[in-house]
Design a protein around this ligand. Sequence first.
Ligand SMILES: Nc1nc2c(ncn2[C@@H]2O[C@H](COP(=O)(O)OP(=O)(O)O)[C@@H](O)[C@H]2O)c(=O)[nH]1
Ligand SMILES: [Mg+2]
Length: 471
Amino acid sequence: MLQKHRFPEMEDTICALATPTGRSALSVVRMTGTKTLEILKKTLPETQALKHRVVVVNQPFVDPQTKGMLDRVNVVCYESPQSYTGDDLCEITLHGNPILVHEALNILCSQGCRLAREGEFTLRAYMNEKMDLSAAEAVAHVIDSNSLRELRIANQELGGETGKRLLQVKEQLMSLQADIEAAIDFSNEGDVDTLPVDERMKQKLYETIQIVAALLQTYQQGKVLIHGFSVVLAGKPNVGKSTLFNSIVEKNRAIITHIAGTTRDVLYETKKMGTIQMKFYDTAGIHNSQDIIEKIGIQKTLETISNADAVFFILDGSSPIDSCDEEAYKAISETIGIKKVPLYVLVNKSDLARKIHEKDIQKNFPCENLFWLSARTGQGLEDIMGALEEMFEEDDRSSAEFLLTNTRQFVSLQQALESLKNISSALDQKVAYECLSVDVAYVLDNLSQITGETTPEDIIRKIFSQFCIGK
Ligand SMILES: Nc1nc2c(ncn2[C@@H]2O[C@H](COP(=O)(O)OP(=O)(O)O)[C@@H](O)[C@H]2O)c(=O)[nH]1
Ligand SMILES: [Mg+2]
């Protein structure tokens, strides 16, 4: 299973502040490792007995070298393996003064402890199999969550929900693997004609693909929950993108002029709508430009569109649709590709005489979401925002109980799905069972990387290095 010997620092006893730095009522210092109890006894000379999970209060915390008392503290000990890290662990509650905390850590270190690195407590918990890797990642997620809904998901992850769901997939695959092994044995016996298993394998594979695909689908919402929802304002130059952007974000953020090509860079601003963090992007107008700076801007526009959760395609309603609008639309649609990103067609400048007809829009830019507005007067803006909000509420109602939110897990699962689809076509093409067996083993390994049984050391280190110290 886990290869502990690759992490020699696991033998050290470590300590860190577990609460925020600065002045507060209390601060908690944590220490874990084999020397925890020995060091603690030296620093709490008046404390009679330190019992597992029993708090001792108001005890003098002493520097064993000078015998001077630093503070009166409360302490709880957790004996291995019944602790957060799985090693002996203690939590020392001091008064919340950074000088006290600094000195307490110094004293602990002088007795054979060292300062913990980022995420080292949770790394130990994972290495000691107190939690799988996806649950360890959830510790950071619980702390970083920005809404109650996100916290609910993070808590499910922490409770091992990701691992549970993957276990279901793994069991299905192991059963498939057993069928394949049986088929290999059959064919070795030369009994190829009587192979009964192909249909059963196909069925198992089909079911597995369905489960993985359903889980992957939840990432779209999971991603929005974590990173916010990105809306990109795009269209040819001078249709009023920047004017609309400024009205949406209620700031005089982007420069607006009547000169085509004013916006060259991608700008963004955030805005909270209900519980969702929105990100609105103003972009350079898409057209056939020879200007080197503008060309880079247009490239950036397309990149931003490729990561968008929704696109506002903006037209100027005071002049007829032209080839530039068509080119911009074509570039946007091609960039969105087959992704199901909602496209809103917004016809701007409705305070001026209308030169565009609805049927022409539907003919050139077929879409379900068509709005008329004036970015200058704000008329029509409310309807557009209302439609966006309705879309979220709809998503919320149809939302799965559990969402995949972690990008690393999503990427691994996506690779697993690709491999499963390849196995499915290999099965159709009657590829040798030995090859199928190798492929299934590969997918199983891929899934185990999510939960941490086979994750390479560098990835594990990277995950925990993104934690903060004391976590
Ligand atoms: N009458 C009118 N003019 C607008 C409206 N929106 C933008 N404009 C004008 O159209 C020109 C281009 O606007 P801008 O926002 O810079 O367009 P962008 O190039 O698409 O970002 C400016 O002169 C704006 O004042 C609108 O709703 N009504
Ligand atoms: Mg602009």
